[in-house]
Structure formats: structure tokens, C-alpha cells
Design a protein around this ligand. Sequence first.
Ligand SMILES: C[S@@+](CC[C@H](N)C(=O)[O-])C[C@H]1O[C@@H](n2cnc3c(N)ncnc32)[C@H](O)[C@@H]1O
Length: 337
Amino acid sequence: MNATIKLENVKHFPVLLEEITSIISPLYGGTFIDCTFGQGGYSKKILENINNKVFAIDRDNSSIKIINQFKKKYQSRFQFKNIKFSEILNLNINQSTKDIKAIIFDLGYSTTQIKDPNKGLSFNSKGKLNMQMGLNNISAHDLINKLSEKELTKIFKVFGEENSSKFISKRIIEFRKNKNIKTEDLVNIIDIVKKKKFFRIHNSTKVFQALRIIVNNEISELIYGLINSFKLLPVGGMLVIVTFHSIEDKIVKFFLKNYSENKNLSRYLPSRIEKKKLIKLIDKKPIIPSKKELKLNPASRSAKLRYGIKLNNHSDFSEFEKKFGYLLEVEELIKKI
Ligand SMILES: C[S@@+](CC[C@H](N)C(=O)[O-])C[C@H]1O[C@@H](n2cnc3c(N)ncnc32)[C@H](O)[C@@H]1O
């Protein structure tokens, strides 16, 4: 049994809030799209300026209490839609898209989600494997109990960079011959395979990361979230993204850097094609949390903030899709269930 946690009392610290505010505040006086509403930390800060409007999105509807408080307090300045951010083009924004000043992503999970025993995102959870953030088709239970040894190995290796992928998958297949694998069983299997006592990272960290990524289609969500946000954003608008793990950061870094250059370095394009600069990159290096923030919120340690300003319209992002085709392919394994 899970200890009962009052999720309303779980506090989520918005990551890099001061840094984000200083980046977007010169654009104040328009609409901001908060693609990852969570507990509303970013939206609240933006709405403090009465000339701003926020259109918020989240695939998880469980912050409904906060969403309703926001609607009451900020009235027509705040709207919320329970959709995935890859579907951003389906938003019926009531005003001209020219009014959109910035589209903001704070990837990953809020503390409230991690602590929610029903979501089973943490290795401290018990019972049926889940890991769904919201609006999902499959759960970690389906994956662990149905995919083959080879497929599980691939998922753990590619999305978790787990060195013991093969041995863990082998044990999973042996275990599930007798009974379905629950969260605590998976943690035990990994502990047995890894033998070692964990020091800085928990033995299950990498496998759990891999499962969360695939259950929530995090790769295609991010790739199409970025492409579609870029399409929706007017020229002069800003894309701001906070990432939490190396795969996310690799995708965001490539998108911003590759489309901010006009030299054709890509092996996916014929060399004679001169690229149009689509993005103005202000900082090449990511912004990371200050010592003060790390002390207050150690969970922010892996956060990286990158941002850019849209310079030109563009619709063909096949080069970007091809670059990360190997990740999209692994994500496709869920279609086998
Ligand atoms: C780190 S939290 C955001 C916290 C928020 N910035 C705050 O200050 O409270 C990330 C949120 O993004 C949401 N999310 C993750 N992937 C999503 C997706 N593909 N589409 C929509 N929401 C998503 C999660 O449900 C979660 O609520």
C-alpha cells in the first residue's frame, strides 16, 4: 500500500523562473503560450503583468483546482487546454497569432506528478506499473509485460543509456513467466542485476527514465512540439525551452543551433543548398540554475534553458526529423502492443 500523500500540499518550485522572466520580460504586452502549465508557476509570473495574456496547455488535467483559480482570478487573460503540446496548431487562439510573443516549454515532470502514487513515476511507487502523464494510449505495465527481450533491451539502452539493459530485460522475461511485473518487482529485478548499492543515483533511475520517455512519447512530443510551435510563432517571437535530460537537450540544441546557421553542414541536405536562417540564437551555451536555486531546489540540477528568436517562416523540417529518426524508430515499438 502507498502511504497517503496529500498532493495539494506538495510544492513544485518553478525552475529557472528568474532567468526566464528576465529573458521574456522585454516582450511583455501580448500573448504567451505556456506549453507545460504544471502547477502554473510560469503562467502566474507572466500574468502578474496586466498587459499579458496566457494560453496554457498541459496533457495532465489533475491541476484542475489551480486552473479554475487562475480562470477566476485572471478571467479572459487566461485560457487552458488539456492537450499535448505537439497538437499546438489545433489551439483555437481567439486573436491574431501576431500577438504571440513567446512559446515556453518546461519539460519533464512536476514534483506533484512525481509524488502522485497513482502515476507511478517514481521508483518509490508500489503496485501496477503506470507512468502515464495524461492522454496516453499505453502504460509501463503493457510495455514491461508484453514486449520482447530484444525490444526492452533497445528501449533501456537508447532512452536510458543503461549499460545493464540486456541482463535486466532477460530477468524481466524470466520473472513474468510466473506473474505480471509490478513497480516494486521491477525495482527488485534491477537491484539484483546491478548488485551494487547505489550511491548517487538509484539503480532504477535509467530504466525508469526510459520507460517514462516511451510511455509518454516524449521524443515525438518534443520534435513535433518544437516544429509546430515554430510554425505558430510569428516572426520576432521567442521559443524558450527548459530540458531535464541529455536526450531532450540534444534535440533542442540541434533545433536551435542548426536553424540559426546558414552554412549547410548537414549530411541530410545537398551541399549546394544555402540554408535560410530561421532562428536567432542569443546564447550558444545553455543557462543553468544558480547556486542559490540549487540549494533551494536540488531537483533543478539537471535543468538547461535554451532560447531563440524566430527570424523567418519555414515549413520543411524533414532534416530535423531525419536527424532524430533513430529515436523516433525506437518510440514506434509501442505500436507493437
Ligand atoms: C516540469 S512541469 C511544469 C511546471 C511549470 N512550469 C510550473 O511552474 O508549475 C512539466 C509539465 O509539462 C506537462 N507535459 C509534459 N509533456 C507534455 C506534453 N507533451 N504536452 C503537454 N503537457 C506536457 C506535464 O504534465 C507537467 O505538468
